[in-house]
Design a protein around this ligand. Structure first.
Ligand code: URA
Length: 281
């Protein structure tokens, strides 16, 4: 670009204008259709059967063809089923993490820098499930490490708990939605299949759902967080176990609405009390 045509100050103020309007990433000049199906594999060249061999009938040819499934569009319910099947076969958290990292059925993975699986202590008495990684989490590959995560750490610290000792933290999504947009229901369904298995394998004494999106997805309800928060419910998992579950406000909401911290404090006290009741504190 010709510098005299575009002085540095103009470029800097244009960039600032973009950032002020929420455009905080440069991705590429051309729009990419991330839901497009991959191109079909090239057809194998026809080979004549050796002399004396039985020419394949269409049925025999179909039976002999390798079992290759047609590509599944990234919004298909089949992907959630695939995720459920994969997750069910994992018998440890390490295997589940490996399966999530290798999974290619969620469109969000294509724009994310990192897979954000979990932080804290696997097997800790309290498991916290949030919504989705933000920019800081995507950069560092760990959940709740940005400003809202720091507030969450301070809140748990107030009841004597830390992610180094007592908490296991994850999200219903393992990849950052571009520009922090709300994840689609299809994206949620795919990741949730892994998250449900994650909860089964982590076996927390209590589950805390941070924010309305996580609460609605995990509890499979349309009820909003204003009604759900502060009430214990029992989450039934697919392996037949149940875990006492508390939906509470998302720390990012508390940063925007500090007056709601009072209710969150009551939720924390209820969590503290329940931990003592179940002998985990
Ligand atoms: N918000 C979330 O829900 N999860 C994170 O990991 C960070 C912010």
């Amino acid at each position: 670009m010709n510098e005299s045509a575009f002085p540095h100050e103009d470029i800097a103020s244009l960039l600032k204008w973009y950032v002020d309007h929420g455009l905080d990433e440069t991705i590429g000049e051309d729009a990419v259709d991330r839901f497009a199906l991959p191109p079909p594999a090239a057809a194998a060249p026809a080979v004549a059967p050796p002399q004396g061999a039985v020419a394949p009938t269409p049925i025999r040819a179909a039976l002999q063809a390798p079992m290759v499934r047609a590509p599944v569009p990234l919004e298909s319910p089949q992907l959630a089923q695939d995720a459920r099947d994969l997750a069910r076969n994992c018998t440890t958290i390490a295997e589940l993490e490996e399966a999530v990292r290798a999974f290619e059925g969620c469109a969000l993975k294509r724009t994310a820098k990192n897979t954000v699986f979990a932080d804290g202590v696997a097997g800790a008495p309290v498991m916290v499930v949030g919504e989705a990684p933000g920019a800081d989490e995507d950069r560092l590959g760990k959940p709740f490490v940005g400003v809202s995560g720091q507030l969450m750490d301070r809140m748990f610290d107030a009841i004597g708990m830390s992610r180094e000792r007592d908490l296991y933290i994850t999200n219903i999504l393992f990849w950052r939605p571009p520009g922090n947009r709300t994840p689609t229901l299809a994206e949620q369904a795919v990741c949730l299949a892994f998250t449900r298995r994650h909860i089964e394998l982590a076996k927390p004494k209590l589950l805390v759902l941070a924010g309305g999106t996580a609460a609605k997805a995990v509890l499979e309800t349309t009820e909003g967080i204003m009604r759900l928060r502060g009430k214990w419910t029992s989450l039934k998992l697919d392996d037949g176990t149940e875990v006492p579950t508390m939906p509470t406000f998302h720390p990012a909401y508390l940063l925007r609405t500090p007056a709601s911290k009072r209710q969150s404090w009551l939720d924390l006290l209820a969590i503290d009390k329940k931990l003592k009741e179940v002998g985990a504190k």
